[in-house]
Ligand binder design. Structure first.
Ligand code: UT7
Length: 328
């Protein structure tokens, strides 16, 4: 029986590179603080491209890599927390930009875990028999939802998009995906939507809504602890459920949030941190785009050989988490 494989990857980041020293000119921070606490050195920031622009460019690169046409796609799923607009979905805007007229398109909201959520949704829809070729994209222009006066968040994030094309093939492909959500700590990582507004609002609500912050707000320590534990748990559980050992896994591709989170998680698992692919020093945290950008970079560097087993693992706002075990 044929399995669902990743037949192509692509990514795109805006050209403007903003390094830590650049940021120290706009908030009270330093290269030393950002590098030592996070491992991040640079990030890309949009000078005018929106989320669907980045996503469309990543999609075109993935189509080229898969050697298929946009018209071959019958499903486009975009994970984003920074859509161009509430409506239409970013997936529909990307469909228009790349000319994928035959695809069913929708967005999902699972923050930094969104690409792994997208993989799970796409594989289940495809296994249902109605879809043959899916494009899963993580795309973010986080710079527009950052509070550029808040040094505890604005130094962490960057803009970018990554994409993967899924199709049926003879290999083992996507072996297993596990998702989870833990909303007990949802307030640790938020970005509010438009304020409530209508002619019937109560006085106290109007006051509260006026003061609401529509930018990313975070309790870093809560997320840090959650992330270290959940990376370890997710990897242990997916290995247990598939019958593989960590030694069978060539690379773990983690959400690129913080070098120290990944180092701690590797230590807890008793695994050499070298097994974890990282590019966060270059791009910072690009939320749902971070895993597919890393995957595409690995693919283009020729690091992934046929038969290699890899684990994608991510965590983020929700709080959500997920991992996927893939045979390349
Ligand atoms: O996709 C998931 C998204 N979220 C994450 O991945 C975040 C996970 N958490 C983290 O990565 C870390 O908690 C941070 C990097 C956000 C913060 O590191 P920390 O070691 O937990 O620092 P902290 O929040 O305890 O802050 C330590 C100090 C504070 O000063 P005081 O109170 O000790 O005087 C902060 O005000 O560092 C200060 N600080 C900064 N200083 C210079 C916070 N941000 C900065 C900054 N530059 N950018």
């Amino acid at each position: 029986m044929e399995a669902i494989e990743i037949i192509g990857t692509g990514s795109y980041v805006p050209p403007l590179v903003v390094n830590n020293r650049d940021l120290s000119k706009i908030v009270d921070t330093s290269d030393e603080w950002i590098s030592s606490r996070t491992g991040i050195k640079k990030r890309r920031i949009s000078e005018g491209e929106n989320t669907s622009d980045l996503g469309a460019k990543a999609a075109i690169n993935a189509l080229k890599n898969a050697n298929i046409e946009a018209l071959d796609l019958d499903l486009i799923i975009v994970s984003t927390i920074s859509p161009d607009q509430f409506m239409p979905s970013t997936a529909c805007l990307i469909q228009d930009k790349i000319g994928a007229k035959n695809a069913v398109c929708f967005d999902i909201s699972a923050a930094c875990s969104g690409f792994v959520y997208g993989i799970e949704i796409a594989t289940n829809l495809m296994n249902g028999g109605k879809y043959q070729k899916a494009l899963v994209i993580g795309a973010e222009v986080l710079s527009k939802i950052l509070d550029w006066k808040d040094r505890s968040t604005c130094v962490l994030f960057g803009d970018g998009a990554g994409a993967a094309i899924l199709s049926f093939g003879p290999g083992k492909g996507i072996l297993h995906t596990k998702l989870g959500s833990d909303s007990e700590k949802w307030e640790s990582l938020t970005c509010k939507s438009m304020a409530l507004e209508n002619p019937y609002l109560k006085e106290d609500v109007i006051k509260k809504e006026k003061n609401s912050n529509l930018k990313i707000a975070m309790n870093g320590k809560d997320i840090f602890k959650f992330a270290v534990n959940i990376i370890k748990l997710c990897i242990q559980e997916i290995l247990e459920e598939t019958g593989y050992n960590i030694e069978d896994i060539k690379y773990v591709v983690p959400h690129q949030a913080n070098l120290r989170i990944i180092e701690f998680a590797a230590k807890k698992l008793g695994v050499d941190v070298e097994k974890f692919y990282m590019n966060l020093s270059e791009y910072g945290n690009t939320s749902g785009a971070s895993v597919p950008i890393a995957l595409d970079e690995m693919n283009r560097k020729g690091l992934l050989k046929k038969g290699d087993k890899i684990i994608l693992v991510a965590f983020g706002g929700g709080l959500t988490y997920g991992c996927s075990l893939i045979e390349w």
